[in-house]
Design a protein. Sequence first.
Lengths: 118, 113
Amino acid sequence: GAVVSQHPSRVICKSGTSVKIECRSLDFQATTMFWYRQFPKQSLMLMATSNEGSKATYEQGVEKDKFLINHASLTLSTLTVTSAHPEDSSFYICSARDHGTSSPDTQYFGPGTRLTVL
Amino acid sequence: GESVGLHLPTLSVQEGDNSIINCAYSNSASDYFIWYKQESGKGPQFIIDIRSNMDKRQGQRVTVLLNKTVKHLSLQIAATQPGDSAVYFCAENISGANSKLTFGKGITLSVRP
């Protein structure tokens, strides 16, 4: 149980284009999902908290107009990197909480999406 | 601000030996802690968790110890195997509707055959 998927696993795009990454909870409903960014040999940095049916909460320093988050259903959240630039190249990882368990604070992570902006 | 940190960046152990990975946290309000394992190019994988009302929890080949007095968390892996080679992160959390994880810096575990 508690499986989270991401799509695509890897994407290469040209500078100035937009890229959408999907995060799905496969066997549970996730009212809350999280988006992280991880640079090589570094830890995970929380970008935003995505709540189903409401606006995302962004961490300090994360541009909400650049990283658009939509959480339209209990099993799907999307992250769109708008007007991507080479410095946005990173490993993007989502996670989800299963509020239906005895450990609702536990986050289960997706496999990550490697974004390379040329 | 408060943060979670790890004492050592790398740890090399012999296959079959026990591994101990340590983590310090600084937020005394944290009441839930998780250890994650991350293999290269993959997302973090849940290993084991512990709540602040406990000081020890055991899983399959893994044990987590929590010392709230000194704000210290450790992960013990028994009979370390090559497949245990990965980066390990500790994370802390304050339970509640708006809870979120704060990750430590990560430590690389390398298992020598």
